[in-house]
Ligand binder design. Structure first.
Ligand code: SER
Length: 316
């Protein structure tokens, strides 16, 4: 029987992945784990364990004793937070990965999912329609940790036959659970302010284009990648994935179509430099060809869904 462990289940991706996988596999087949004492009400309908991914012995024992077959390792510091604590970001983002890859190498796990990011690219990468294989010189701690992680995933896959699968997520837009510490977070915050009737103060310049994706697409991509035949997964580092790209100004204009009185102003901070080092748009031909990926949500559609479902109580 499949037994899935999602580490970092309290985060923006984790929460929705727990919900989607429980729907697919049954509540008891999906164990949520996070550093927090208790899980959110959203994922209370199935097993939860408090877990510090840096406690290697605890993680190892739990996975072996509970006969876990698949791990989704989502615990990490995102780009903006990582810049404020580089040493801890490196430790957290790398050590957990080694713990899980080693368990897979020892055949305690059948499959591993590990998220990478558009942050693996840097200022010397071609910014438009960024190819799968290209120059990668990330300038953020987060990007460096993700690029190193990708190299280790590929190494474990090729040397030890580990089945590890990965996606380079763009900025993810969702309303179920808030993002935290990312450079693309403005594109979630903006909906809360718009819905509350506030002017939105954006920490990026109006013309900063970044690759983004609606969460439903990202979760579907993750599950499709993990459910695909192993022989189809040609790329063992991480797959480029594209949804839609937009600037803060374009996003604000789409919101204004729904809420004409909405206003935005721009006060770029240290995150501008991070955003400037990342691509504008992503070429995901490999994901399309290898495992049949295609996105559903355009910017217009994600704006409509976000404005409908964002619950301002979440930030109050
Ligand atoms: N959304 C992430 C961040 O902004 C990118 O992977 O840090």
């Amino acid at each position: 029987m499949e037994k899935i462990l999602i580490i970092g289940a309290g985060g923006q991706i984790g929460t929705e992945l727990v919900l989607a996988l429980r729907k697919l596999k049954g509540n008891d087949a999906v164990i949520a784990a996070d550093i927090k004492e208790d899980c959110s009400d959203l994922i209370k309908d199935g097993p939860y364990i408090k877990m510090d991914v840096l406690d290697r012995e605890f993680v190892r024992n739990f996975i072996i004793e509970n006969k876990i077959s698949e791990v989704y390792l989502l615990a990490a510091l995102l780009s903006a937070t990582a810049e404020n604590n580089p040493a801890f970001a490196w430790k957290l983002n790398m050590e957990g990965l080694f713990t899980i890859l080693d368990l897979a190498k020892e055949k305690h796990l059948k499959k591993v999912f590990w998220p990478s990011s558009i942050a693996v690219f840097g200022p010397t990468t071609p910014a438009d329609n960024t190819p799968q294989v290209t120059v990668m010189e990330p300038t953020t701690v987060y990007g460096i940790s993700k690029l190193a992680g990708e190299r280790w995933c590929e190494y474990y896959a090729k040397q030890y036959n580990v089945d590890v699968r990965s996606i380079r997520y763009p900025g993810l837009i969702s309303y179920t659970s808030l993002p935290g510490g990312g450079t693309t977070d403005y594109a979630v915050d903006i909906f809360y302010q718009a819905k509350m009737g506030n002017e939105f103060s954006c920490f990026l310049k109006e013309d900063t284009m970044l690759p983004m994706m609606y969460m439903e697409d990202a979760i579907r991509a993750t599950i499709e990648l993990m459910e695909a035949e192993e022989s189809l997964i040609k790329i063992k580092s991480s797959y480029n994935l594209s949804g839609s790209s937009f600037t803060p100004k374009e996003l604000a204009q789409s919101i204004q179509k729904e809420i004409p009185s909405f206003k935005i102003s721009y006060f770029p901070d240290f995150r501008q430099k991070i955003a400037d080092s990342w691509p504008n748009s992503i070429n995901d031909d490999s994901a399309r060809k290898d495992w049949g990926w295609s996105e559903k949500y355009t910017t217009e559609e994600l704006v409509k869904v976000m404005l409908k479902y964002v619950d301002v109580a979440l930030i109050e």
